[in-house]
Design a protein around this ligand. Structure first.
Ligand code: PNS
Length: 161
C-alpha cells in the first residue's frame, strides 16, 4: 500500500498554537503529515530555517505521524518531487480563504495533480498570526497563550538580544 503523505507548508516564523491546531486536525487524515518550512531568502525572518524546524519538531513531538522538513522554490515542484497526495492549509477567516483560494488556483494551474485541503482553525485561534505574536513579543507582552513554551522562550531571546 502506498503511504498517503500530505504537506503543510508555511513560513512558520514562528510556529503558533494556531498552526499546531491545524496539524492536530490534519494529521489523522493522512498516513504522514510533513510540516515544511519555506526557505525564502527575500523575507527577513526572525528565525532561521533550522531554528523554525527545531521549534516545530518540539511542538509536534507528541504526534506520531508528523515530521518536519523545509523547501525552496515552488511548492508544486516540491510536491511532485516528494510524491505528496495533498497540500494542507489552515483558514482562519474570509480574508484567509480568499488568499488561499488564489494560491490553490495558481498551484492547480501550475500542476494539475495538486490537491489542497483547507482546515478551518478552531475559533479560539482565529486571530493568532505569527506577525501579531512577534509584535506582542517585541513590545514585551506575554505570548504564552499564542505559542508553545519553547517558542515563547525563543521569542523572548530574540527580543532581548
Ligand atoms: O505561512 P505562509 O507565509 O502563509 O505560507 C505561504 C506559502 C509558503 C505556502 C506560499 O508562499 C508558498 O507556497 N510559497 C512557495 C513558492 C510558491 O510556490 N509560490 C506560488 C504559490 S501561490
Amino acid at each position: 500500500m502506498t503511504m498517503r503523505k500530505a504537506v503543510y507548508p508555511g513560513t512558520f516564523d514562528p510556529f503558533t498554537r494556531g498552526h499546531l491546531d491545524v496539524v492536530e486536525q490534519a494529521a489523522p487524515l493522512f498516513d504522514e503529515l510533513i510540516v515544511s518550512v519555506l526557505h525564502n531568502p527575500n523575507k527577513r525572518p526572525w528565525f532561521d530555517v533550522e531554528t523554525r524546524m527545531a521549534l516545530i519538531r518540539d511542538a509536534v513531538s507528541g504526534i506520531g505521524n508528523v515530521h518536519v522538513d523545509s523547501f525552496e522554490g515552488l511548492l508544486v515542484d516540491y510536491y511532485q518531487r516528494k510524491s505528496f497526495v495533498c497540500v494542507v492549509r489552515g483558514v482562519r477567516n474570509d480574508l484567509d480563504l480568499q488568499a488561499e483560494l488564489a494560491m490553490a488556483h495558481v498551484n492547480r494551474s501550475l500542476a494539475e495533480d495538486v490537491r489542497v485541503v483547507f482546515i478551518p482553525t478552531s475559533p479560539v485561534f482565529g486571530f493568532v498570526s505569527s506577525s501579531l505574536v512577534k509584535d506582542v513579543a517585541m513590545h514585551g507582552g506575554d505570548v504564552s497563550q499564542f505559542v508553545t513554551p519553547r517558542v515563547a522562550e525563543a521569542l523572548l531571546a530574540h527580543v532581548s538580544r
